[in-house]
Ligand binder design. Sequence first.
Ligand code: PHE
Length: 448
Amino acid sequence: MKIARFSRIGFILAAAGSAVGLGNIWKFPYIAGEYGGGAFVFVYLITVLMIGFTIMIAEMLIGYLGRKDAAASFAALAPQGKRAWSWAGMMGIWAGLWIMTFYSVVIGWILHYIGVTLSGLPATVGEAEALFGTMLSEGIGTQLFYHTLAFVVIAAVLLRGIKAGIERLNLVLMPILFAIVGGMFLYALTLEGFGQAWAFMFAPNWHKLGSEAFVVAVGHAFFTISLGMGAILTYAASLPKKSNLVESSLSVVALDTLIALLAGLTLFTFLYEYGSAPAKGPGLVFISLPAVFFEMGGIGTLFALLFFIALAFAGLTSAVSLVEPMVQYLIDRYDYSRLRSVVLAAGFFYLVGIVALLSNTEAFGGILSFGGKNFFDWVDFITSSIMLPLGGLLMALFVGYVLPKSEVYAALHESMGRGFALWYGVLRYVVPVALLIVMLNLLGIVRF
Ligand code: PHE
């Protein structure tokens, strides 16, 4: 059993640190751009607020009541004969490590771009494109170096455990991150491009919303609030005895949504203001943005530096939460030392991450691509669009149908009051139906 527990604020910041990540600042703006803004953003927001928030409370509850790693918490709570539920936790634990294989590579790009900013930003979009493209397709050494650096930092934090490692990291980095994103947003507010950015993000354009956009929006809603893989569950196992799960879930969801919207509005304002065509895909913040920062002059370099630092912080605080579930599992299940568990878990994402990294390169891209996507994109797609929603569905079913209602009620009624019946109803009926539609859609059975 663990002794170290989060403090109240430590837990909220750590859970928010897990949620606010590359998903918010790197991924959200480019997928919103790719799928046309408005309607896509709307589906994402509805999913986060209705389904995400509902399942978040359920996921926290499993950890809070189970008090063990993600797999064992399910087993501890399931009635006799239903221990197989621990597989739901197991799937999540693996999903986290798989996400880390590309997540760490992207953190590496960000660390590299802190250096790029200091040595001189690319002056045009063309130059920026060449810079990023060359790094991606030929810069194996550079990427490997920064992927390794990310691995070392993440492992070092994890080695220190929940309190001295994870909590401390978040207590320091998260306030800085909020300040940077908030400050840049205030500056964006003063620019004319803000109106266009606002229209892009919020004007409904339903004709652009096809099946794929729908699935990606739902998948992203899970990804961005760290849902369905046991990260939140694992953190919640270290909550103090009397904690308010509803308030914590609400804070995490609200902070995450706020940062995504602020970051999205800010980046699109900059892009519109300085007339740069948004680069499609993952290159948005690495291609369009650096050129825009250059256009801005002196303040642009400062912004670029702050921006990449904020992005690195966001990535690191999420990364530790992607690996900790496996670390905790190895400690609980096999009685391994923390050192050994961290080496195994981090070693896995480090090595497979090299494959993800190579799959973007010219030399290895060919053999590491199949079915129209390379290894890197496959891992992203399978984890965020399939494993996380599936994990979320299983958690909802577990709390809604397997745990005795009396137990769930006892844990939550004080903080929920009369809202309990509503929450329980949404969890039991709305969430499974909604996620089923997503799954059928994904399998191509339902299309719209
Ligand atoms: N929420 C993180 C992000 O937005 C990613 C993440 C997913 C972290 C799942 C933990 C669990 O970048």
